[in-house]
Design a protein around this ligand. Structure first.
Ligand code: ATP
Ligand code: MG
Length: 801
């Protein structure tokens, strides 16, 4: 039986009997067909298109099999389309199409399904497995609402179940159409089962892929998330972060403004770039920041304006220091050259002298005279090269060396840099600091000074280096680079003047004493110098003056006195008992004890040389911590004495029975040098002959095996020591006579200085009585000797010629 029903072609869906499906209808003809159906018994024919893209399908564009359906609900949407709920009723075959006004009717023939037997055990089993399978399928297929499975389980008709499952499968239209076309319910069930099976496989793979993709996604997402979080945390911490930004900007600005060298600028930019990329609080960032701080705080291009007025410089030096005429003269000459050439190419000045003679303070004074900033670096005990040159930045907490950090302190690139106590430089396994100094002190090299920390060249050529030392005991290459200027120590007169002009005013000011409250008489001052100090410089003197000032201040504050005048009489009230006896000359003449003159780092000193004869075999014994050179000089003296014995009234046979022991007291102090030679000879002759030595005569000079007196060093210091020690007469090598012109008048007036060229002259002056030569031949050797007394008979000692 055929019927005419309005046609609704479906683009991509197959509607099964007994299924309710929502459709969106947009085509004009379809909407008209719907309206026609609604106007009649609401029945229409639904059939799938072969090509879903076809807008106006003809008979050949449609499948044969469709379904008769009832339109249940119709909703017109504002855009003209219609939403309609349809319920499939029966399968039907399309025969013909027939156009009506506005829509098309289909001539169809309803199809009866093959009979099915629900009670059939096989069908039952099939139904159950389909339902089970569908449950699995529904679990995997997220598009199905979860209750679908339950609804299906309630269906007990195989045909309906097959259709229900079929309409829920996500399979192609053609496949669905095939299911629609299968009229045997059992076979249709098998078919849907098979489709589900296939779909399940796909779905499982899909699921696997999905979970893999998901894992991937999760990973990248997690990373992204964590990164974002990290940024947020840094931003949070970085309220500093913001400041950090400011700081970096400040640094960049500073780099721009500082007059860096080309190399340094490149370096600073690179470092800043690195710093930008680092987390602000990290250790590397701190290192980089410190580096930039150091680099930028160096006085790039900053210079003090130098004073070039030489007369003014002389004036400043005179103002700060009394005496030292030659030293100041040399310094002013040096400054004059600098002022003219604008360059510091000359050698480095090295001020050498005993402690407390004003080396360090002279350095400060030169800085003042030239208008340079003053920095002082003590090298005493510097053992490590890194202290001069810094540590490489790879070490944690590394720092630039002393040179660079002091320049930073000076704040200008042309300061006066005083390298104090350069002779006290140490040296050990950590490297030789003096070799690092070689570079610093070489005007040819120091324009490219390399500090390990900075790792770039810094120009030191505008820095004026001045060094100080107590002795010249330092590596030759260092000595080579420096011009030695000696400060020898002061005479008593100079000390008095220094005290009056500089030390006393300074102490009065330090202690807050007013004018006239504390007055020193000249004699009082002199007594302090003579009895409370024994030094080449004025440091102890300054300390003693401070002591007087302190005690005076107390007395004045306690109201015991209004003003104090320091005299020889009241001196011990302030300074206690006298520490030193003034002058060995006060002592008695003795046999075998000679006053020698020594020169040490701390200035000149009086040196007693003692000799006695002891039973023995003509050997020499020495004690008193003597150095090698001195030992040898004693040997030489001994040989000379043995060779010339008869000429000095000594019988050579004595050496068969006696040894001579030479000792230099103050045995804890090391002594060395050849200049005690004449003293040794004199002491030996004295003890051998029993003639006393004059205590007020001091002597110095090397002696040869033939008795010639050779010149010595440190003459001025030795003479100053003699003057300090109250000596009247000093015997010096005649070759040293030329040095006398440099001596202050006070020294020449205070001492009788006698140049000597042979030991005979020494003996003539130093021994209390002349020697009387004896005749001696080898034959006398056999004669029996009367024992020679170690001390002369009383009567003899009294005789003077
Ligand atoms: N000629 C002088 N005129 C004025 N003051 C002086 C003179 N010589 C030294 N002084 C003063 O003596 C004190 C000690 O001097 P300074 O410290 O310079 O000695 P130094 O030679 O460096 O000794 P050291 O070798 O022990 O370092 C300072 O207060 C200094 O001003
Ligand atoms: Mg010093």
């Amino acid at each position: 039986m055929t019927r005419q029903l309005p046609l609704l072609p479906l683009r991509d869906i197959v509607v099964f009997p007994q299924r309710i499906v929502p459709l969106f209808v947009g085509r004009e003809k379809s909407v008209a067909a719907l309206e026609a159906a609604m106007a009649a018994n609401k029945e229409l024919f639904l059939v799938a298109q072969l090509d879903p893209g076809e807008d106006d399908p003809g008979r050949d564009d449609l499948y044969d099999l469709g379904v008769v359906a009832t339109a249940m609900q119709l909703l017109k949407l504002p855009d003209g389309t219609v939403r309609v709920l349809v319920e499939g009723a029966k399968r039907a075959r399309l025969a013909n199409l027939e156009p009506r006004d506005g829509y098309i009717t289909a001539e169809i023939e309803e199809i009866e399904e093959e009979d099915e037997s629900a009670g059939d055990a096989e069908a039952q089993a099939l139904m159950r497995s389909v339902i089970e399978q569908f449950e699995n399928y529904a679990k995997l297929n997220k598009r199905l609402p979860p209750e679908t499975g339950i609804q299906l389980a309630e269906i007990d008709n195989p045909s309906l179940l097959a259709d229900a499952v079929a309409s829920n499968l996500s399979i192609k239209v053609a496949d669905k159409q095939a299911l629609l076309g299968e009229l045997n319910p059992a076979r249709r069930l098998e078919m849907v089962f098979a489709f589900m099976e296939g779909e399940l496989g796909v779905l499982q793979v899909e699921k696997k892929i999905r979970s893999r993709v998901k894992r991937q996604m999760e990973k990248t997402q997690r990373e992204y998330y964590l990164n974002e979080q990290l940024k947020a945390i840094q931003r949070e911490l970085g309220n500093e972060g913001e400041e950090g930004g400011d700081e970096l900007q400040e640094l960049a600005q500073k780099i721009r403004k500082t007059k860096l060298s080309k190399e340094a600028r490149a370096r600073a930019d690179a470092e800043l770039k690195k710093l930008r990329a680092m987390a602000p609080m990290s250790a590397e960032a701190t290192v980089a920041r410190n580096y930039l701080d150091v680099l930028l705080s160096l006085p790039w291009g900053k210079k003090s304006k130098l004073k070039k007025d030489i007369a003014e410089a002389q004036h400043v030096l005179d103002e700060d220091h009394y005496g030292l005429e030659k030293v100041k003269e040399r310094i002013v000459e040096y400054l004059a050259v600098q002022a003219r050439t604008n360059k510091l190419k000359g050698p480095i000045l090295c001020l050498v002298g005993p402690p407390g003679v004003g080396k360090t303070s002279l350095g400060r004074s030169i800085a003042r005279a030239t208008g340079r900033e003053f920095v002082r670096q003590s090298l005493g005990g510097v053992r490590d090269e890194a202290e001069i040159r810094g540590h490489r930045r790879t070490y944690i907490g590394s720092l630039p060396g002393k040179i660079i950090s002091n320049l930073k302190k000076a704040g200008t690139s042309n300061p006066l840099f005083l390298l104090d106590e350069i002779d006290k430089l140490g040296q050990d396994f950590r490297g030789d600091p003096s070799s690092a100094l070689l570079e610093v002190l070489d005007p040819e090299q120091n324009s490219r000074f390399q500090d390990h920390y900075l790792e770039l060249d810094y120009d030191l050529s505008d820095v004026m280096f001045v060094t100080t030392a107590n002795s010249l005991d330092m590596p030759q290459p260092l000595l080579d680079r420096m011009e030695i200027i000696r400060l020898e120590g002061y005479t008593e007169h100079e000390k008095v003047e220094i005290a009056k002009r500089h030390l006393i005013p300074k102490q009065l000011e330090v202690h807050g004493l007013k004018d006239g409250e504390l007055i020193f008489t000249d004699e009082g001052l002199r007594a302090i110098i003579q009895h409370y100090t024994r030094e080449a410089g004025v440091r102890t003197l300054e300390r003693e003056l401070a002591k007087v000032a302190r005690k005076s201040l107390r007395q004045i504050l306690e109201g015991k006195a209004e003003k104090i005048e320091l005299t020889v009489e009241n001196l011990n009230e302030f300074l206690g008992v006298r520490k030193y006896r003034y002058g060995i000359g006060e002592e008695e003449d003795q046999i075998g004890a000679v006053t020698g003159l020594a020169w040490t780092e701390v200035g000149g000193e009086l040196l007693t040389i003692e000799a006695v004869t002891v039973p023995g075999k003509g050997q020499i014994k020495t004690t008193g911590k003597l150095g090698e050179v001195m030992q040898e000089s004693i040997q030489a003296a001994m040989s000379f004495v043995k060779a010339r014995a008869p000429a000095y009234g000594v019988k050579p046979s004595i050496f068969a029975r006696k040894d001579i022991h030479v000792h230099l007291p103050e045995g804890a102090v090391p002594k060395d040098g050849p200049s005690a030679g004449v003293g040794m000879v004199t002491a030996m002759i004295s003890t051998l002959t029993g003639i006393p030595v004059r205590r007020d005569v001091a002597m110095t000079g090397e002696v040869t095996l033939r008795g010639r007196v050779l010149p010595i060093g440190g003459l001025k210091e030795k003479l100053l020591a003699a003057l300090r020690g109250g000596i009247m007469t000093v015997l010096i090598p005649s070759e040293n006579e030329k040095d006398l012109v440099e001596l202050p008048e006070t020294v020449k007036q205070g001492l009788e200085i006698i140049p000597v060229s042979h030991v005979d002259e020494v003996l003539a002056r130093a021994l209390a009585e002349p020697v009387s030569p004896i005749e001696w031949s080898d034959a006398d050797e056999l004669a029996v000797e009367p024992p020679i007394p170690t001390t002369p008979p009383d009567g003899e000692a009294a005789i003077r010629h």
